[in-house]
Structures are given as C-alpha cells and as structure tokens.
Design a protein around this ligand. Structure first.
Ligand code: WTA
Length: 636
C-alpha cells in the first residue's frame, strides 16, 4: 500500500491489495492521522441487506485535529485558505493554518456559548466566504452535525431541510453577492423560520453590510458574540461512526434526503482520494470551484485539501463576472496549480470569445479536473487545449454525494485519461455492471447499471431520520451492491464511461433534481392540475428541464394567458426549490400519455423533449393515443 501512488504498477498492485486485503489496506491508509483511540475493526457492519457499514469502529478522533492541529508543527505559517471575493476590486484574504485554527476555535466557542452541544444539528446558509468554511469546521470541532444548504435554495427548501434535520441552530449572513446578483440570505432564513419551530438561535455573520432585522431572543451577530470568547477550544472526542454532516440531495422519489456521512471513514476517504487523484504536492494551490453547499465543495474544497495540509482557494463569485475571463484571471492571480470544475462551466466559457482565455498565461496549472456530469469530448478537448495547453492531465472524476469522495477517475498522469471516460476505479472500489435482472455483466465493451460491490470508507451511512429509506434506495435494489442510479459502459480497455442516470433524477448544470420534486413544485401553482417533468440534452447545462403541464382551464389560448401561466409556474418553482430548478421549457398540454392503469409513460415524453418525432416506440397501450399527436404538434 502506497499512501501516494506514483506509477501505473503501483496503482495495479495497490488496487489488487485493496480488494484482497481491504482491512490491511485501509488500516495503513489511516496510520498517518491523529487518533485519540485506535479502532477495533477496520471494516464492519452489514452492508447487505441491512445497508449498514462501519469503518474504524471503536476508534475516537476529531476531524479538525487532523485538518488543523496536526499541521501546526510543520505548516503553521503555510496558507490554508485563500479567499477570492465576488468583486475582484475588493481585497482577497489569506489565512494560514495557524490563523484558521484560531478562527475555528473562536467560532466553536461562539457556538458553545449559544448552547450548541455535541450531536446537535446546525444548519448553515451562507455565502462562499471564509466564515462558511470556518463555521463548518467549528461544528466539527465540537461534534455538532453540520448541514450546509447551498445559498440559492428557497425559503421553503431551507425550511424543509431544517425540519427534516430537526435543527435548533442556524448560521447565516446578512447578504450575498453572486456575480451581479444579490441575495438577502437573512430574509430567506427569516421566511423559512416561520415554519421551523425547532430553531432556537440564529447566528448572523456580517458580510455585505446590508441592514437586517434581528429577532429579539433568537438572532445574534457573530461579531458581538466573538468578543467574549477565548481562542482556545479543545476538540471534542468523537466516535468513528458519529455523524459528521448531513447533506441533502435529490433522488427519484419524494423530498430530498439527508445523506449522512460519519467521522473516520469520510476523513480517510476524503484524504486518500484527494491526494491520489490530483497527485497533490506540498506547494499546490488547489481550486475547486464548487460551492461548499454541495458535496464537491465539502470533500475537495474543504476537508480533502485541509486533511492533506494543502492550500485551498475559496471563490465567492461566478465564472462570468465581471467578465468571462474571471476563472483564468483568478488562476494567474493566485498561481493555481490544480483546477477542478464542472463541464457546464467549461461549456459556458467555451461559448465566449477565446480571447478571454488567451489573455492569461495559465502557466501555473498542473492538473485539471472535471466533476458532476459527463464531460462531452468537445469540452474535454477545449479544456485540454486552451486551459491545460496540452500539458496538464485531466481527471474526469465520477462520484456522488452518497459516495463521500471520488470513486472512478484517472489518477493524474498515472492511469489512463481518455475523453469521455471516467477511467479506472480507485483502490477499494469495485464497480460492477448489472443487467436489469441483477445478473453481473462480464467482460469489456459492455453496458449496464453501475453498482458497487461491497463497502468503502466513504459510503453513505444512512439517510437522516429514516434508515429504511437509505436501505430501500441504495442497498435493497441489488443485494450485496450499492446501487448508484447511473448507467455505465466498460469500454474495450476496461475504462468506465458514465452514461447518465437510469432513474428519475436529472442533472442540470451538475445539480441533481428529482423529476417528482420539480413536478411537486410546479403543481403548487394555482394554474396547474398536473405536470410531468423530463430532462433533455442541453448544450451548456448538460440536461435542461422540460415540463409538460395541464392547466386548470385547458391549454392557454391567448398570449396573456400563456404568460400568466408560465410566470405562475416559474414563481412556484422558485418559491419551492429555488432559481436553479427553473424549467427551461414549458409545454401546455390537454393530457399526458398514460397507460390504462394511469401510469405516465415518461419514455414518450422524454423522446419528444429530445426532439424525436417519429420513433416513439409502442403507443398502443396508451389510454388515449391521440395525446401523443397533440404533444408532438406542440413541441417546444
Ligand atoms: C453525475 C457530485 C459523469 C452522476 C459529485 C452521479 C457524473 C451524479 C460525474 C451525482 C462524472 C458526477 N461523469 N457523471 N465525472 N460526476 N456525475 O450527488 O449522474 O451532486 O450519479 O455528486 O452526478 O451527483 P452529486
């Protein structure tokens, strides 16, 4: 076992060892950490059928001691976080490991002073600023379970998550700038909290300086609270399987579920995958563009880099503000060496004049990464040529909120990196392709349902408050395997290519939504009787949202009716979920293609949305085959 794989031979040897003797492999991978107490068993639990995994059971630790204290001896003055604000004219901020450690301790003491205890859930709804990173670590320091919500979700979505997590504490800010947009995050929280009786305390970080109302007895300013706390906060001793965080993500049915990750396994997985996939060196400047509100931001914007003692860049803004050259400008400004972003960002920048890229040298770059959705070959080549200048390996990293960290990917410069292939599995990961009946598909050049055989340290432990849901979703469909929800192809060389979701989840600009979740939001509009949502190929977003809607008073006939209905639907989606889930196309229909038993035939809706006009498959089982003609005629 090599803590850092450096050659293809080492990869193959380590992969084999990780499968043959996982206990020895993952014991060694965990050696370098600070443990208060060592584990009794490396791997345990009952993966199937109970959907229970344990890693390092019996051990105790605190992840922030491993992210911070452990580095103080050697790296106290090394930069831990570099912050680049939304507006390039405002000053950036740099925090060394020593400074970050101090701020985390202070924030942790503020939490304690406000009654937060080990095991309490704390919801964070904050801009991408250092306070968000500090607050996350402060929760972990005292053993509170952090639940970060991307600050683009609506008040209703925030309320749902707070209630599901039964959180008594919320951390937020006065406001947020994202590109040219401004979001009054505190008022979103205020609105959410009208429906959250469990919340006792809101701690508000001053960021934009906008006026906000503090509710007496509930809300306090962070800058007032911090005055009276010390800089010292001993880390809480946590059991390996105590929850570390909850992160909400969409599935094919019901409301988003709270994916739970625990202390030790997540830590080992985040560290191991980060260092190996990106081939991290001591002086790297790592920039993961994902917001900490998503799992990518958790694992590769925060925990992975800090566990490895690296420097991570936090960026508050968006790729196109104030110009489409912003990413490249930031790379040159901070000498970024590892750059990790989503295909949707690459595609949107590809569409702008190439001069925006050519204006910058990008000579500091060493490794490029892609995550969140399949990267198409055109985008891969553009990224390689214009950003990597043909000299930076690209890692196309496949993983999920539920997997905690990267599962299938090239190791930069070591294992094969081929356009549109995620590549080979990481040590410890056994991908399997299944037929619909659950039988394993052997050999190369094959396609099937992607499942993972057996457990790995970063596997989802449960869904918050409802273990049965996790079991049903991930572990029961094919006993002995973790069900990913993705389809994949193993090419002639054994490299994996991710095809996309096989369930009713759509991936819009790398953000996951359940079609049922969006339909439920659309149905909140007074105009709507019923709706059906499908994904369709979109040049920039990967997938776009196509909604078929039946209105209260039939298909709108006048322009005014049409506009009012559309506006009402969009308003409903923005209110229920947030702007990020706005439908790209809305088609009003008088009926939906249903079988005699009342089931919507989504296959047909998907084909029409994809632009297929003739080959819709068998429509004879439909209750009313005529609706198909109407839908085809009115296609957007
Ligand atoms: C998709 C994001 C192709 C996939 C880390 C998965 C990808 C879902 C890739 C998880 C990739 C993620 N190539 N598809 N490199 N990475 N996906 O939970 O469909 O937000 O199931 O995690 O994104 O999305 P999530």
């Amino acid at each position: 076992m090599h803590t850092r794989i450096r050659t293809l031979e080492e990869y193959h040897a380590d992969y084999q060892q990780s499968i043959e003797d996982p206990d020895a492999f993952w014991a060694e991978a965990a050696e370098a950490f600070t443990w208060r107490k060592k584990w009794n068993t490396v791997r345990g639990g009952d993966f199937s059928p109970a959907g229970e995994s344990t890693w390092y059971a019996g051990a105790t630790l605190n992840i922030t001691e491993n992210c911070l204290d452990r580095h103080l001896a050697q790296r106290a003055n090394k930069l831990a976080i570099v912050f680049e604000p939304n507006d390039p004219k405002t000053r950036h901020l740099r925090l060394t490991y020593r400074e970050l450690h101090q701020r985390v301790c202070q924030f942790a003491n503020v939490l304690k002073q406000n009654g937060v205890q080990k095991g309490d859930r704390v919801v964070l709804y904050l801009p991408m600023i250092p306070a968000l990173a500090i607050a996350v670590l402060a929760c972990a320091r005292i053993g509170a379970v952090h639940g970060v919500i991307f600050a683009g979700f609506s008040a209703t979505a925030v309320a749902d998550r707070i209630n599901d997590a039964d959180a008594a504490f919320v951390l937020t800010a006065d406001g947020l700038d994202r590109g040219a947009k401004q979001i009054p995050v505190k008022s979103v929280v205020d609105k959410a909290l009208e429906h959250c009786p469990s919340v006792r305390r809101v701690i508000v970080v001053e960021h934009t300086g906008w006026p906000v109302e503090l509710k007496e007895g509930r809300d306090v300013w962070y800058h007032d609270e911090v005055k009276s706390v010390s800089n010292d906060c001993p880390a809480e001793e946590m059991a390996a399987e105590d929850p570390l965080f909850i992160l909400y993500t969409s599935g094919s049915t019901g409301k988003p579920k709270g994916v739970v990750h625990t202390q030790a396994g997540y830590m080992v997985w985040a560290d191991y995958t980060f260092r190996n996939v990106f081939q991290v060196e001591e002086n790297d400047m790592h920039w993961c563009t994902a917001d900490i509100g998503w799992v990518t931001g958790h694992t590769y914007g925060l925990y992975g880099p800090l566990l490895a003692g690296s420097t991570t860049l936090l960026f508050e803004g968006v790729p196109t503000f104030p110009s489409p050259g912003r990413f490249w400008e930031v790379i040159d400004k901070h000498h970024v060496t590892i750059f990790y972003t989503a295909p949707t960002a690459i595609r949107s920048l590809m569409a702008t004049p190439i001069d925006h890229v050519l204006a910058y040298s990008l000579s500091s770059l060493r490794v490029l990464g892609s995550v969140g959705e399949p990267i198409n070959e055109e985008a891969w080549h553009w990224y390689d040529q214009h950003v990597g200048k043909g000299r930076c390996p690209i890692v196309d990293t496949w993983w999920q909120t539920e997997t905690g960290g990267i599962m299938i990917s090239a190791l930069a410069g070591i294992t094969p990196s081929v356009p549109a292939r995620a590549g080979l599995p990481l040590p410890g990961v056994q991908p399997v392709l299944l037929n619909q009946d659950g039988s394993e598909i052997e050999g190369n050049d094959q396609e099937g349902y992607l499942v993972i055989k057996g457990s790995w340290p970063g596997v989802i432990r449960t869904t918050w408050g409802d273990h049965e849901r996790a079991r049903q979703t991930y572990f029961a469909p094919y006993p002995g395997y973790y069900f990913t929800g993705d389809g994949a192809r193993r090419d002639e060389k054994g490299l994996y290519r991710i095809i996309g979701r096989v369930d009713d989840v759509i991936n819009v600009s790398g953000h996951r939504f359940g079609t049922a979740e969006i339909e439920n939001a659309i149905n909140q509009s007074d105009y709507v009787v019923e709706s059906a949502v499908v994904g369709y190929p979109h040049d920039v977003k990967g997938q776009g949202i196509y909604a078929y809607v039946i209105c209260q008073h039939g298909v709108p006939t006048t322009d005014l009716d049409l506009q009012m209905a559309e506006a009402s639907i969009i308003e409903a989606v923005v209110a229920e979920i947030g702007r990020i889930a706005k439908p790209d196309k809305i088609q009003f229909v008088s009926g939906l293609p249903k079988t005699r038993s009342g089931k919507i035939m989504r296959r047909i809706l998907r084909k029409v949305a994809e632009g297929e006009t003739t080959n819709l498959g068998d429509v004879t089982t439909l209750l009313d085959p005529l609706v198909v003609e109407e839908i085809l005629a009115g296609r957007k």
